[in-house]
Design a protein around this ligand. Structure first.
Ligand SMILES: Cc1cc2nc3c(=O)[nH]c(=O)nc-3n(C[C@H](O)[C@H](O)[C@H](O)COP(=O)(O)OP(=O)(O)OC[C@H]3O[C@@H](n4cnc5c(N)ncnc54)[C@H](O)[C@@H]3O)c2cc1C
Length: 586
């Protein structure tokens, strides 16, 4: 609970940074934020009010700005106040207007009773996203005893509504930022189905030049011919189809691409023909038209009793027997109430995503004590496929929040960057990501003016290729540290990508162009696959070099950062890993 002086400083800050937010921000911050963290941030920003350039780029400024944005553009309404943010920007999708918002997710839930201790398993799969969901279901289908451990909860489509803050709380990991040259927001899902539940479901196979890099980076012997059958199986299961149902906003920006001599093509995606183009993808598809690993692979497996699921279980480390040739013996985990335990398993598949899997390995004393070239590589080759959203303001409403967000892409410059559209983020993400021309978070009247035009912006997502130069580490206190330094080539690509996309929107008739800071939805490559143990963590079939029974089956294994959306390749590799693993089980 903040004292009166602190409340006054907070109210002044919120109103200056997000005009209109002060009536609701106090109650929101009280419910949603940690008072000590707020106090520490106020100590930094307080002496510089009204806001000065000295604090604009500080962590404290970003933290408090985000809270004010969540309160206002998240449409929060404490008793006695009407919500205002959505009305100001004209955000009124049918699903959100008929929604009676229940904000109880902001309150700390009572601690759950102790969860039952899990039985040992033949195979423990850690993480239920693109890779882990598929592997658990495939092994279960073949009759193996599979226990699937997931840090998040089970939230099937019938529980999902277009309620951004609730979705961010229930389906997303808290958004972290990289340290290093320039902050990159890291976006990922935390629920059964993982990031596939909140993604936009574009289905791309790797380009031949992407797969050629596998060999140069890690000595991988995988070829596109090896991957083809796995791609086919996954595409069939997901019902991949062409999305040529372009809305007027796509036709509008197409003229800009054509003016710059570039092509705009329909994407392929794993969305059903029943997709109502409601724009809810990143808050979880409410109709199951979006085909995530929960509704494709896992739900049938659960229904048939082929996979045991344990939610809200965070795996902390793997255990090994190193008395002879190292071999996995199980995992250590932590429950929601802080209880810790271990589970014995013959095989362990790590599929906790490209940020989660390396952290588990780095916290595994038995594994790190092996001190081999492979163990020393863990986490050091993070690929981000860094992206930004570039928005063009048009005279007429574009309503890009009411479309399937990615129906078209431009691959003309694929060796450097790819552009997708048309889209706009949900109001909180939109406002929070917005930066000024110098890359500083936008605030005050500038932010309010941009947000007011929400319905008239058409957005393009531009993703630049990268060279796996990020690092996921764990510091001596046990805290996660994620850093990214950009190479000159990566910098050039980012500049070219932005220049091109701004040019497209201007050529399409945009009156004004604004953009977001960098973010990534495509983390990859932190426990890479390859034939050379000095340059990879697992072999070409996903088995850890030098350790029996330990596998990696998620985006971490991708040998070199892809130029395309990665989930189809992650699933193709996972299908291959599952097949290999099943072959080695009795
Ligand atoms: C907004 C957004 C849009 C995207 N759009 C597309 C797209 O259109 N096309 C595309 O190809 N890709 C897209 N992606 C990326 C794609 O969804 C991911 O690349 C893919 O899901 C990654 O698969 P994964 O198995 O590596 O990890 P995830 O799918 O992230 O699954 C990892 C799972 O492990 C769990 N976990 C993490 N740590 C632990 C732990 N310690 N213990 C237990 N469980 C743990 C997580 O909660 C999560 O459920 C998008 C991503 C985002 C964020």
């Amino acid at each position: 609970m903040l004292d009166r002086r602190e409340q006054a400083v907070l109210a002044r800050f919120c109103e200056a940074v997000v005009p209109g937010s002060s009536p609701v921000a106090m109650s929101y911050v009280d419910r949603a934020a940690d008072a000590d963290a707020v106090r520490a941030a106020l100590d930094v920003v307080g002496p510089h009010l009204p806001v000065s350039a000295k604090i604009e780029d500080t962590e404290s400024f970003r933290y408090l700005r985000n809270l004010a944005i969540e309160a206002f553009y998240g449409d929060y309404a404490p008793p006695g106040h009407d919500p205002a943010g959505h009305e100001v920007i004209g955000f009124a999708p049918p699903q959100a207007t008929r929604l009676r918002k229940d904000w109880s997710f902001l309150d700390t839930p009572p601690p759950p009773g102790p969860a039952p201790r899990p039985e040992p398993a033949e195979v423990v799969v850690v993480g239920s996203g693109a890779g882990g969901g598929l592997i658990a279901a495939e092994l279960g289908r073949r009759g193996h005893d599979v226990l699937l451990l997931e840090a998040g909860g089970l939230h099937p489509a019938e529980d999902r509504v277009r309620f951004e803050l609730a979705a961010r709380h229930q389906l997303w990991w808290p958004v972290l930022h990289t340290g290093g040259d320039e902050p990159v927001a890291l976006l990922a899902g935390r629920c059964v189905g993982g990031t596939t539940v909140i993604n936009t479901k574009v289905a791309m196979r790797a380009a031949p030049f992407d797969v050629a890099r596998f060999a140069t980076e890690t000595g991988s012997r995988l070829t596109l011919d090896d991957l083809d059958p796995w791609y086919e199986k996954v595409e069939h299961r997901l019902g991949v189809r062409v999305r040529d149902d372009w809305t007027p906003s796509v036709h509008r920006v197409r003229t800009g691409f054509a003016a710059l001599g570039a092509e705009l093509d329909p994407v392929r995606s794993y969305t059903d023909y029943t997709c109502s183009r409601c724009g809810s993808c990143t808050t979880g598809c409410p109709t199951n038209a979006g085909r995530d690993t929960l509704n494709t692979y896992l739900a049938p497996a659960f229904a048939r009793g082929e996979v045991r699921l344990r939610t809200h279980t965070t795996v902390t480390h793997v255990t090994l027997d190193t008395s002879a040739r190292p071999r996995v013996t199980g995992v250590g985990y932590r429950d929601r109430d802080g209880t810790t335990g271990t589970i014995a398993a013959e095989k362990v598949v790590l599929a906790a995503g490209s940020l989660g899997t390396p952290q588990i390995l780095l916290r595994s004393n038995d594994y790190m004590a092996l001190d081999t070239p492979s163990t020393r590589l863990v986490g050091t080759t993070l690929g981000l496929h860094p992206a930004r959203l570039v928005y063009g303001l048009f005279d007429e409403p574009q309503d890009c929040h009411l479309v399937y967000p990615i129906t078209a892409h431009c691959l003309t410059h694929q060796e450097d960057f790819v552009v997708e559209g048309t889209t706009i983020q949900e109001p909180v993400s939109f406002a929070a990501g917005m930066v000024d021309a110098l890359g500083r978070p936008l605030w005050g009247a500038g932010l309010a003016a941009v947000a007011r035009d929400y319905r008239r912006f058409a957005g393009l997502l531009v993703m630049a290729n990268d060279e796996n130069t990020g690092v996921v580490g764990v510091d001596p206190s046990g805290a996660t540290v994620i850093t990214k330094g950009f190479s000159p080539l990566e910098r050039r690509r980012l500049v070219d990508a932005l220049t091109f996309t701004v040019g497209v929107l201007r050529a399409a008739g945009a009156r004004k162009v604004v953009w977001s800071g960098l973010s990534t939805s495509h983390v990859q490559g932190t426990a890479r696959m390859g034939a050379d143990p000095a340059r990879s963590v697992v072999d070409d079939r996903g088995k850890a070099h030098g350790v029996d029974g330990l596998y990696v089956g998620d985006g971490s294994a991708v040998p070199a950062s892809l130029s395309v959306n990665p989930s189809l390749t992650i699933m193709a590799l996972a299908a291959m890993v599952a097949d290999n693993l099943a072959g080695g089980l009795s």
